[in-house]
Ligand binder design. Structure first.
Ligand code: GCU
Length: 363
């Protein structure tokens, strides 16, 4: 048995050769084209293609994740003035925990819709609860530390040695564990849940939303490379696949094999519009800034436009949303206002208040 496995490994050509045999796709890959050349003809074909897309992005970009632990439980619960602090314990043998905070609105119409965000950061809480939403944030780095230039396997990777997930996937898995817990909180309605994060955690938010269909609205903010921005066609001065996967930079966020495409982006069998396609027919909204050059605003626009045919095909053309404001790399109150406007529109049937007419490249 072991011998067969060793022979199989030995028989595999090196990854760079296997990548060289993948077809060159100059333009954004067609989300409706199966790997074997078949096409998606009607909506009944979509689930199979969606599964294939998910396999592709996990295989080459983020790594495979373990299933939900099924044992998330709250401990060390402390009631503070404006929030409840707790630790969510999970994993094999309930071996690790993340600090989490729950802020509830004062309105008496519970259960409340909820905004879940990466990072233990109460700064945005009031703006969110004032609009009648619960706000829940968690310390994702307690699942896997955020490192640059080296990798330290965190408690989640150590507990699941059979999975090749990078840090972004660990953090995304953590967001689903938070949702597992919120399902048990009577004041919160997870059927109306939003997942968001900024920059590196914007990438994790996009992945969490792609993976976990319980998130009704997915809002990557300033997520750029490995997030909402296309890899193909990245211009000088923006973060590229080659740059992000360099040994000295953020390789540990992603699957190690992604680096093999550094000089061969056109052989990648997908691009980041596939991440949005995974979210359809739910709502995806990227909030970005025109001056955030490194995060590649034109590339985000490109992936947004390339995903639109999937939303149209599934008859939800208005759920693929892209917002740009003036300014730089941040998740500002005005970004959060757009998120909340979209949530009011989707969850509460209110007219969509934000304007969506500014794009980096005139259409
Ligand atoms: C770096 C990195 C980006 C990331 C950003 C952040 O700039 O290159 O990919 O989004 O850090 O998380 O702030």
């Amino acid at each position: 048995m072991l011998m067969t496995a060793l022979l199989l490994i030995a028989a595999q050509p090196p990854l760079s050769d296997r990548i060289a045999s993948l077809p060159v796709i100059e333009e954004m890959p067609n989300p409706f084209l199966f790997q074997d050349g078949r096409t998606v003809n009607d909506s009944a074909d979509w689930p199979e293609r969606r599964t294939e897309i998910l396999d592709l992005v996990l295989r080459y970009e983020y790594g495979k994740l373990p299933p939900a632990p099924g044992n998330v439980r709250a401990e060390d619960i402390v009631e503070n003035d404006d929030h409840i602090a707790l630790r969510l314990r999970m994993g094999p043998g309930n071996g690790f925990a993340v600090r989490t905070r729950v802020y509830l609105p004062e309105t008496d119409d519970a259960p409340h819709p909820v905004v879940v965000r990466f990072g233990l950061d109460g700064n945005r809480a009031k703006q969110i609860t004032d609009r009648g939403y619960a706000y829940v944030c968690f310390e994702h780095r307690e699942l896997d530390p955020d490192t640059q230039g080296y990798d330290v396997p965190g408690p989640a990777q150590a507990a699941y040695p059979d999975y090749d997930w990078g840090a972004l996937a660990v953090w995304a898995w953590g967001a689903s564990c938070v949702l597992d817990y919120l399902e048990t909180v009577p004041e919160i309605d997870i059927a109306r849940s939003v997942i968001t994060g900024h920059s590196r955690t914007g990438k994790a938010a996009l992945l969490a939303g792609a993976l976990d269909e319980r998130f009704a609205i997915v809002v990557p903010n300033g997520s750029g490379c490995g997030g909402a921005a296309a890899f193909r066609g990245a211009e000088d001065g923006v973060e590229t696949l080659k740059l992000i996967t360099m040994e000295a930079r953020f390789k540990s966020w992603l699957h190690a094999d992604l680096a093999a495409f550094a000089n061969d982006v056109q052989r990648l069998p997908f691009d980041q519009h596939f991440m949005r396609a995974l979210i359809a027919p739910r709502v995806v909204l990227n909030t970005d800034a025109l001056g955030d050059t490194w995060a590649n605003p034109p590339g985000t626009q490109k992936a947004w436009l390339a995903a639109q045919p999937v939303f149209d095909f599934l008859d939800v053309g208005d759920r693929n949303l892209c917002h740009f404001r003036e300014g730089g790399h941040d998740q500002l109150p005005e970004d959060m206002d757009v998120l909340l406007d979209v949530a009011d529109w989707h969850f509460r049937d209110q007219p969509l208040m934000s304007k969506f007419s500014t794009v980096p490249v005139p259409i």
